[in-house]
Design a binder for this molecule. Structure first.
Ligand code: HQG
Length: 176
């Protein structure tokens, strides 16, 4: 992630005050206010750079409103936005169910959220096995959630008990 991208994600997910902007209930900030605020806080970025960054962000972290006047982070917030989820302390160990054909890539890249907003994890092996069985013979990957939480990765728990996090780097995984 570029420095611009890191700073904008910080502002739009966690600390809007770092650029002197305010997020509305759905997490939107005014683009004009954001550009002015970034400049005022020593992080100048042009409108063109911002548009390029939003268009090319591999993880689609940020999005413009339909009219282009506002911008927000698509997920991963720790400020209370209407996306509804707040970061909470995970159990020390979480599980992810997958299948053998994904393991080489998971070893290299860790767990990636793919098309979803988060990587889905469960607190028990049985649930992970059920998720994996949609694709084939289950392979259960163990996630050192305690270490991730210590290192500052936010975790969320959906209303139906699915543990969510943005990505799990390979160093936190035990892969059979
Ligand atoms: C795999 C259902 C290659 C990952 C279930 C999984 C769950 C990688 C697949 C929810 C990878 C993504 C989520 C990497 C992860 N390289 N493959 N680096 N990292 N994968 O469906 O966890 O019906 O997006 O192992 O009950 O299987 O949607 O995620 O096999 O809770 O409500 O890429 O989907 O709920 O697949 O399932 P998914 P998932 P819903």
């Amino acid at each position: 992630m570029s420095d611009h991208s890191k700073f904008l994600s910080l502002v739009l997910r966690h600390r809007p005050e770092a650029a002197g902007v305010v997020l509305d209930r759905e997490g939107w900030a005014s683009v004009d206010a954001l550009l002015a605020g970034c400049a005022a806080h020593g992080r100048p970025i042009t409108r063109e750079e911002l548009e390029h960054l939003v268009a090319t962000s591999d993880k689609q972290r940020l999005a413009f409103s339909a009219d282009g006047q506002r911008i927000r982070a698509n997920q991963g917030h720790s400020v209370d936005v209407e996306l509804g989820l707040r970061p909470i302390e995970p159990p020390p160990v979480l599980f992810h169910g997958t299948v053998a054909r994904f393991l080489p890539s998971i070893r290299g890249d860790g767990l990636l959220r793919g098309a979803r907003t988060h990587v889905h994890l469960s607190a028990d092996v049985e649930t992970a096995e059920r998720v994996a069985a949609r694709r084939g013979a289950p392979v259960i990957v163990r996630v050192d959630a305690a270490a991730m939480a210590r290192d500052g990765f936010p975790f969320f728990c959906s209303a139906n008990g699915v543990w969510l996090t943005e990505a799990v780097p390979p160093r936190y995984l035990t892969i059979p």
